[in-house]
Design a protein around this ligand. Sequence first.
Ligand SMILES: Cc1ncc(COP(=O)(O)O)c(C=O)c1O
Length: 347
Amino acid sequence: MIDLRSDTKTQPSPEMRAAIAAAEVGDEQRREDPTVNELERRTAELLGQEEAVFVPTATMANEIALRTLSEPGEELIAEENSHIFLSELGGPAVFAGLMTRPLRCRAGRFTPEQIRQAVRAGDATHTPRTGIVSVENTHNASGGRFWRTDEIDAVVATARELQLNLHLDGARIMNASVASGVPSADIGRLFDTVTLCLSKGLGCPLGALVAGSAGRMAKARRFKHQFGGAMRQAGIVAAAGVYALEHNIERLADDHRRARRLGEGLEAAGVPVDLEQVETNFVQVELAPLGLAPEEALARLMDAGVGLSMTAHATRLRAVTHLDIDDDDIERAVELIPAALGALARA
Ligand SMILES: Cc1ncc(COP(=O)(O)O)c(C=O)c1O
């Protein structure tokens, strides 16, 4: 199968497996694992922050970050389809006691005016105070779109003026950095906390980090332990992360190039694709004009040997390029997908 369901589907490469096998390890909870320590040091630098904390998943990194930045009963502002609202099973309410204030916007990117309209100063008796603004970059539900520097700067300046804390769900921040040409540290340093995921485009079997100031990361380490995320010889997996930071960042440009080729090829074959949306490694396919329900479309594609997946939008599927998809896979997908969806007649 040509598996375009998600960039989380990658298998560790032989070279990554060799790095895992050779890892020097120790007790991570006591900060005695040299490979985890090295991964945390490199990630902090990559994200423009003082320290980083290794955790099993990006969901846990997000939840620890939100808990670190807020008090129970405060409000969290984010885009309505952001991962922390849509896909973490209410974690912000469960773990941090946060009220959620979703913003509706185009391409996952909101404006300073939207923050100003949503924010509440709070009072001593009735009204909860807004505590955090969370930005997702790249934005999953909008199809991997990235924030422009001037838009981030404007949102950050407004949040600072309003004394709000800032979290960056940068699960795919390296995709954003490679696509925009802006160093990841220049994006990450603007925020109080930053999440980075290792098991998406970077190709690791698991792992994520949350980064921030030394003071905040001391708090984050406490929450990591409380949440059950403190590990032992975790260098076994951190070694994959160190390998990925050395070898798998620049090559994300190949995933982006292949997504564009896929989008253009599908569009030329009559499959409805919004090419403006294809900025990184996602291609979204609109099913409504084809008269197909997503379940039926996915089943037909699976029969044809191509995996796509659902999105936050009822009539849209997505194809995601990654480390295990090469140019030949894309050329075959450009033929198989239109045929499976019955789109060729429209070309
Ligand atoms: C933007 C974003 N943040 C966080 C996550 C959570 O990642 P994990 O599956 O490692 O918990 C995802 C996963 O798809 C994501 O797309």
